[in-house]
Design a protein around this ligand. Structure first.
Ligand SMILES: [Zn+2]
Length: 181
């Protein structure tokens, strides 16, 4: 999922070349060969939730690539104009059609290999009826012993679920910031 290099200038459409800009910047950037616009590429935020009803956690079976058919927590790319919590709530509505109340920030994971930061909020489900969107084949609740650990779509999901069950066992939920290689 590493992003592809930029090929064309966003301002004028001319091809770009990766080089050090002339302003003392120490990283190579995509610089337009015609109008000299410098294109900055920065990490994207992925926002989601750990939706819980009593003892059970809601997972969604992905209907889209990558990892179609694998299970995930509801999450997706943050949109312009929304907060992280709003984005997490939107993704939970879109992917699961769940009724819920968003709670505290739970995990913050830097994933430098793909240039992303993933943020998960805890969410308290208020109904066990789901209406998943087209990105989801199935949305269902799992007890801890039912979690399909070998069929999870992403390491960020696995790490978040592991911390969720560990915190629940300990009787106290914190906020966990860590890095994924
Ligand atoms: Zn240009």
């Amino acid at each position: 999922m590493q992003r592809l290099p930029i090929k064309h200038c966003r301002e004028c459409g001319t091809s770009v070349r990766y080089r050090l800009p002339d302003d003392g910047d120490t990283r190579e950037r995509a610089v337009c060969t015609e109008c000299a616009t410098v294109h900055y590429e920065n990490p994207l935020n992925v926002v989601g939730t750990v939706p819980v009803l009593g003892e059970r956690v809601l997972l969604c079976k992905r209907n889209i690539e990558p990892r179609r058919g694998k299970w995930t927590l509801p999450a997706g790319f943050m949109e312009l104009g929304e907060t992280t919590a709003q984005g997490a709530a939107r993704e939970t509505t879109e992917e699961a059609g769940a009724q819920f109340e968003i709670e505290d920030l739970f995990t913050v994971m830097s994933v430098p290999r793909v240039g992303q930061v993933h943020l998960y909020y805890r969410a308290r489900l208020t109904s066990d009826v789901f209406d998943p969107g087209h990105e989801t084949l199935e949305a269902r609740l799992f007890h801890e012993h039912e979690i399909p650990w070998d069929e999870l779509a992403f390491r960020t999901v696995r790490e978040t679920l592991q911390r969720y069950f560990a915190d629940r066992q300990a009787g106290r939920f914190g906020t966990h910031a860590f890095d994924i290689d």
